[in-house]
Design a protein around this ligand. Structure first.
Ligand code: SF4
Length: 266
């Protein structure tokens, strides 16, 4: 491959998605409604309201770039939207989705065609228009790290106009109800520890049991528990170990108690 790339990254072998081609539809700087304590792409340059929108439609380059890359990867598993912040902030999200969907039909895949996947931090899902857009994706990976407002604010540092965590949990319930049955919702919870005694990490037992109750309410298809894997935005945050991840999965399984929810850690 020898051409300039504007929208795409990778593909990378992802622990969650298999071979995944990243799509960034945001500006070159990070644009997000959160400033998560563990963010692996650094502190948020521009912390914005969930009502903030940019209008950045795909240029003709997007289709060409995607086509040029995909012909080298007929075994791709996922075309994944969501780098550099919260992708639903781009008003033109579905224009990109449409092009990706069309290009996907034009490629000859050696296995089943890749999923169109969207990462969201869930902060805009209380807006019905946004849920309408998000539910078009085959797989939605929605962030939920906390189910208590204090833990939510400490962990995700949301913009002041982001609603409280109860509202976001209710939005995830609505999203799941509204999604087509052949599309899947995955809740992703990043659980971390802290070196600072005055900073309570979200691994605390009260948050974990509330999180399990929230998941029971949302009824997602998939729950993924994971932890910090790269350099976090804040030095005092670090990864929980595998034993703790397993315990958390078991605790959630016990409370959710639903065979149709696939709960795992990585
Ligand atoms: S939501 Fe994602 S991009 Fe935004 S600050 Fe958190 S981890 Fe970083």
């Amino acid at each position: 491959m020898n051409f300039l790339r504007t929208y795409t990254y990778g593909p990378f072998q992802s622990r969650r998605l298999g071979l995944s081609l990243g799509i960034n539809i945001l500006p070159k700087y990070k644009l997000c409604t959160f400033n998560c304590v563990y963010c692996e792409i650094g502190s948020t340059d521009q912390l914005v309201s969930p009502n903030y929108r940019i209008k950045a439609p795909p240029s003709p380059l997007f289709r060409k770039e995607l086509k040029d890359i995909l012909k080298f990867f007929p075994h791709l598993d996922s075309i994944t939207f969501g780098y550099n912040g919260e992708p639903s902030l781009n008003e033109n999200l579905l224009d990109f989705h449409k092009i990706a969907s069309d290009v996907r039909e034009e490629v000859e895949w050696t296995q089943k065609k890749p999923l169109l996947t969207l990462f969201t931090n869930s902060s805009t899902l209380h807006i019905q228009d946004i849920r309408e857009r998000v539910k078009q994706f085959d797989l939605v990976l929605a962030k939920l790290d906390a189910a208590i407002d204090e833990d939510f604010r400490r962990t995700n540092n949301p913009h002041q106009e982001v609603p409280d965590i109860e509202t976001l949990i209710d939005s995830l319930v609505k999203l799941k109800e509204e999604m087509p049955t052949n599309h899947k919702l995955a809740i992703q919870s990043l659980i971390y520890d802290s070196y600072r005694e005055d900073f309570i990490p979200n691994k605390n037992p009260t948050n974990i049991s509330k999180l399990a109750l929230a998941i029971k309410k949302i009824k997602p298809d998939i729950v993924q528990i994971y932890s910090v894997a790269r350099i976090p935005a804040n030095y005092f945050v670090f990864s929980i170990d595998t034993t703790r991840k397993k315990q958390i999965v078991q605790e959630i399984q016990k409370i959710v108690n639903d065979q149709n929810v696939e709960i795992s850690y990585y």
